[in-house]
Structures are given as C-alpha cells and as structure tokens.
Design a protein. Structure first.
Length: 249
C-alpha cells in the first residue's frame, strides 16, 4: 500500500533533523561547524519548495464537476479553488470531472486517479446513474469501490450525493438516496447529501431555472455554481482540516 504521507509532511519531518545535526557537529570544531553550516543552508534551500507545496484535493465527478457548458474559470472546481484561496487555504483542487461519467466510470479510474501526491478526495458521482435509471445497487457497489480505494491510500473523503427523481417510483428514490449517508457513516466520510440542493430547494422554482441554470435545465450556470460553492465550501474546509490533522506516520 502506498504511503499516505504527503510531500509537505515528509519535508517537515526531514527538516526537523537539522537542529540536532547542527548541535552535534558544531562540537567538532570551527571547521566542521562551518562546513555543516554551508551544507545545512544548501539543504534548507532544497527543501523549502517542498515545504511550500499545497495540499492536493482531487474532485472526482461528472459534468457538474467538470464544468460543462461554462467558460473556463466559472465551473465548480475553479470557483471552489478561488473560494478556498480567499480563505487562506493552501490547496490545489484538481478537476477530475468527466462529462457523462457514471459511478462505474469513477470506479474504473479511481486507482490511477489516486496518485501518491493526492492528499484528499471529493467524490461527486451518481447524477448520470439516476438520469439513466441504473440500479441503485450498482451505484452503491461502485461508490463502495471508490471509498475502499481511498481508505487503502489513507485519504479522507468528502462524499457528495445527488437527489433521485421521483419518476422511477418512491422505492427507487429512497434506495438511491440512502446510498450516500450509509456509505459516509460506514467509511467515516464527510457528507454533503445533495450537490444541487442549494438550487433545487429554493421556493421560486421558475426563477431558479431562469437565473441559475443553463438552458438544458440540468447544469447550473456560473451564478448557480457560485451558490453551490458557498454551501459546499464549509464541508471542504472540514475535509482539509482533517487532512492536515492526520498523523503522517
């Protein structure tokens, strides 16, 4: 299993050895101390960029994550990145959204998505499963596979759900929507139960479609994404807090 220790924490741990080495070799005389001083300065220069590396958060999702229909810089990932940066978070949000992807697609690419430099994972998949009426049991199995992979890598997860439409019947809706809280509890993931809730739970449905959605009625426009980010952002902050507090050993 790959190490879950990030480059930042590895560098901090290595740099912490410098004071001890300085005290030890300085006792060997002026020449040794001078050589050690020069060596230590060179070492510090070499590790400083690593110390400054931001955390890496991968956003694994579909067109809602990818930014379908929106100009560059107005999709979910760039708006979330800006929201986090404004709040002083040193994090790079990686856009791993693929338009049209289902939970099966996410499960198929999870292993090569979770490279050694990834520190945290957000999973936002399931919308295309419900649009296609795919069995909830399949979505549950696929999301479980992704969470198992994240667990194997020692990564904290934010699990983002989606509401199922009622046209497949109440049993389908209930079974599908139960997946996210069940799995979040099972794997200790942070839960944001419905990505589109900031828009769909508004009282003025017609105004929401006009002002916050693209013409397809499925994907939010830039203003709609901004509302989603405002609601999602605190959960991402919680994820980053957990990431930074994790024991790197």
């Amino acid at each position: 299993m790959p190490s879950s220790t990030s480059p930042v924490r590895r560098s901090v741990r290595t740099a912490s050895l410098i004071p001890l080495a300085l005290r030890f070799l300085a006792s060997s005389g002026y020449g040794a101390a001078r050589r050690l001083r020069n060596l230590s300065l060179a070492f510090l220069v070499s590790v400083t960029p690593a110390l400054a590396d931001p955390l890496t958060l991968v956003a694994l999702g579909d067109s809602l994550t990818q930014g379908y229909g929106l100009p560059e810089g107005e999709g979910l990932v760039p708006q979330l990145q800006a929201w986090l940066t404004e709040r002083g978070e040193d994090v790079t949000v990686v856009n791993a959204g693929v338009s049209g992807d289902t939970t099966a697609g996410g499960a198929a690419r999870i292993d090569w998505t979770l490279t050694d430099d990834v520190d945290a994972l957000m999973i936002a998949l399931g919308g295309n499963d419900v649009l296609r009426g795919l069995p909830p049991a399949e979505a549950r199995a696929n999301l479980t596979a992704m969470l198992e992979a994240a667990t194997a890598h020692g990564l904290p997860v934010l699990l983002v759900g989606i509401a199922a439409p009622g046209n497949y019947g109440p049993d389908y809706k209930a079974e599908f929507e139960a997946i996210y809280p069940d799995l979040a509890a099972r794997y200790g993931a942070i839960l944001f139960d419905n990505l589109l809730a900031p828009l769909t739970e508004r009282d003025d449905g017609a105004a929401t479609l006009r002002d916050l959605m693209q013409t397809d009625g499925i994907h939010p426009n830039a203003a709609g994404v901004a509302m989603i980010v405002e609601a999602l952002g605190p959960h991402v902050l919680e994820l980053l807090k957990i990431t930074k507090e994790r024991d790197p050993a």
